[in-house]
Write a protein that binds this ligand. Sequence first.
Ligand SMILES: Cc1cc2nc3c(=O)[nH]c(=O)nc-3n(C[C@H](O)[C@H](O)[C@H](O)COP(=O)(O)O)c2cc1C
Length: 175
Amino acid sequence: MDSSEFLGFLTSRSSVRQYGHDSISNDDVTFILDCASTAPSAGNLEAWDVVIVTDEDTRLGLKDAAFGQDHIGQAAMILVVCANYIRSMSKYGERGILYAIEDATIACTYMMLAAHARQLNSCWTGAFDEEEVRSLLQLPQHIRPISLLAVGKGYPPASLTERMAIADHLHHEQW
Ligand SMILES: Cc1cc2nc3c(=O)[nH]c(=O)nc-3n(C[C@H](O)[C@H](O)[C@H](O)COP(=O)(O)O)c2cc1C
């Protein structure tokens, strides 16, 4: 893949919030997780974990926890990507909290792009009640859910989401 193909790959992805009833193959799941495991992480500690949810009742429970967002109930699979505080804090102390969140965020990004590479759709979902997710999935206290990544075959929006002008992000040499 050359650089313009890479940019085309990135720009052709968009968050999808409507899904059909197709399931996801084991090969797709394995591919997505293999890609996530190549993500960089602080101290190479990989302070992230993921709960793979395909059970319909659990997906509907996650939908409730996500304030009723329909795509969470519709998508074939929800990857609940979590920060593992103990794994990172055992080496980095308090700083490990931030590193674990960063590790989980990067891993989730890789999963999202891996799904796109398999012609699957996804939607990163950050608006949810943490305690509800924690209780539904029986997450231990040191595990913080960061994202509900909905993955499935869906209906992408007709037009891609607009972006800020790059110049609006930039600061040269100092703020
Ligand atoms: C941290 C984070 C939280 C998000 N939370 C939600 C969410 O709760 N519900 C939702 O529909 N989309 C959510 N999104 C998706 C964004 O709305 C989406 O990425 C953004 O509008 C840009 O659109 P695009 O992904 O189609 O390029 C979230 C994305 C990120 C990175």
